[in-house]
Ligand binder design. Structure first.
Ligand code: NAD
Length: 495
């Protein structure tokens, strides 16, 4: 069951309900993701009382360590990634007691018998593949061949899930040779964010919005995922992917689906995922004039993309903006503008629903006020804002202003805001509960690649070159023109 919030005065107070007992194996348990996200997240779940006393975490990686050495590594990871206020010593000690380690070779036979001997019967067995994608298949096969996993076991698969339709199909097939679809949890951490789930609560838990959620009342939708960081140490991987594969095919597509989908009949995994799949299948092909690709170039704020990757003539995009249409009754004629990029002015992720103007202004055209906007902020300062038009206070006629009705979670949750579960810990607890609602199904991933592939192939065959944009800017000028053309503009990226 989920963590619950109750109200205390104006603030929401959380209540935590423990999950079933489990053995969680983290393949790649010494890697960057495990140290930064997975283990700190599990520690917070342990400290909150959500992990049963007897639950166990088994790190499995290539490093030649024993459990004692691994615990020391985890301790230092917690010191680095959990603030001291939330890291009391007794909680750290209690957490470390639940940790074991096996040195394992995903491509060979070393370590597998030892892992098998560590696993217990009668508890949920989950296996997190936090390793390079080339190891996903070999891990699944070995878990099956060594009879470590059973019919109730779950595997968690990191991104990227393939690099095109063909490789995603092949990976789905390999995983399904050893596991059923209901055992495979393809992670997209955007779906684990508090606000993203709140988007569904806002849409389907209130009478207020859903009647307006269609082409009659919505002018357009914007999804922005702006990053301040560049490719940094990931240049080799990123240069083979680009923004389309790394961000649009998965994260932005998932957000788009949640906004555009029809109300599922129940909040259950297949009901939700069936509706998301219909959205992807209803996407129109995108005309090349509706896509802008960009690549950051050096400015006072830092060095350019080409200085950070090996190929000095790379045509990989670090920015993409596009205008999409969904061919169905609800969204006919409503453009969805997507934009994501690296080394932009600020880190900001936001989904905005921009409603149409009132059909007639009784206050006169120059009275002020503009369209209503429902903005869902994913980062920073997770929260939801609805901008509404009211009268400017004071005498002197009917002048209108826009004011935000603001629900910033940090304010609503008060001093415990920093302690709200982050995406990874929430999703891992869902794996233990056996709830796949916030994980991508195999057919969804394939449908997203089927839509993405022709666009990527088109750029390659035409030798399309990305437009330059300065480090620290809001992206190439062409991205602004994409909206200006229609008399619209992007919402501001604020630093
Ligand atoms: P990493 O390179 O830091 O760690 C890789 C881990 O895999 C190490 O623990 C290593 O010991 C283990 N490993 C390598 N070869 C092995 C083998 N033959 N047998 C057993 N273990 C082996 O990688 P990472 O950054 O932690 O990323 C892990 C996965 O998570 C990747 O699929 C990546 O795409 C995905 N991911 C990472 C991030 C991130 O922020 N780091 C974000 C999103 C997705």
């Amino acid at each position: 069951m989920a963590r619950k919030y109750e109200t205390k005065g104006k603030q929401l107070v959380s209540r935590v309900i423990p999950v079933e007992n489990f053995d969680l194996v983290i393949f790649g348990g010494t890697g960057d993701l495990a140290r930064r996200k997975i283990l700190p997240g599990l520690f917070r779940r342990f400290r909150s009382g959500q992990m049963p006393d007897d639950a166990r975490i088994i790190g499995a990686a290539r490093s030649d360590l024993d459990s004692k050495g691994y615990r020391a590594e985890i301790k230092s990871a917690l010191e680095e990634f959990v603030s001291s206020k939330y890291r009391p010593e007794d909680a750290v000690d209690g957490f470390l007691e639940r940790i074991e380690y096996v040195a394992i070779d995903a491509m060979g036979d070393g370590g597998w018998k030892e892992l098998k001997s560590l696993m217990r019967d009668g508890v949920v067995k989950a296996f997190y593949f936090s390793v390079a994608p080339s190891l996903f298949g070999p891990l699944a096969e070995r878990l099956h061949d060594f009879k470590i996993a059973d019919r109730d076991s779950r595997i968690v698969v990191e991104k990227p899930f393939g690099r095109d339709l063909e490789s995603a199909r092949a990976l789905n097939k390999t995983l399904r040779d050893s596991f059923e679809e209901d055992q495979i949890y393809r992670i997209d951490h955007y779906l684990g964010k508090e606000t993203v789930q709140n988007l569904m609560a806002v849409r389907f838990g209130n009478m207020l919005f859903e009647p307006l959620w269609n082409s009659k009342y919505v002018d357009h939708v914007q999804i922005t995922v702006a990053e301040e960081v560049g490719v940094d140490g990931r240049g080799a991987y990123y240069d083979r992917s680009g923004a389309m594969r790394d961000m649009v095919q998965n994260h932005l597509m998932q957000l788009l689906c949640l906004i555009a989908m029809e109300p599922p009949s129940r909040f259950d995994p297949d009901a939700v995922r069936d509706e998301k799949l219909k959205v992807i299948r209803a996407l129109d092909p995108v005309a090349s004039r509706d896509i802008v690709r960009g690549q950051y170039t050096s400015s006072k704020k830092g060095e350019g993309y080409l200085e950070q990757v090996e190929n000095p003539d790379s045509q990989t995009e670090s920015f993409i903006a596009m205008k999409l249409h969904i061919s169905n009754w609800r969204w006919s004629g409503v453009p969805f503008f997507l934009r994501t990029g690296k080394r932009l002015k600020a880190r900001q992720s936001e989904i905005s629903i921009i409603f149409k103007d009132t059909p007639h202004s009784i206050f006169g055209d120059d009275s002020g006020g503009s369209q209503n906007v429902l903005a869902i902020r994913l980062q920073p300062n997770e929260g939801i804002t609805l901008s509404v038009t009211i009268k400017e206070p004071g005498p002197g006629g009917m002048r209108l202003v826009d004011v935000p009705l603001d629900m910033t979670f940090a304010d609503a949750l008060g001093p415990d805001a920093e302690d709200v579960p982050d995406a990874y810990e929430r999703l891992i607890m869902d794996v233990i509960r056996g709830n796949q609602t916030l994980f991508m199904r195999g057919d969804e991933v394939e449908a997203a690649w089927a839509w993405t592939d022709p666009l990527i192939e088109g750029w390659a065959s035409k030798g399309d070159r990305p437009s330059p944009y300065d480090v620290g800017s809001t992206g190439p000028e062409e991205a602004a023109i994409l909206l200006h053309r229609d008399g619209r503009r992007w919402r501001e990226i604020r630093s």
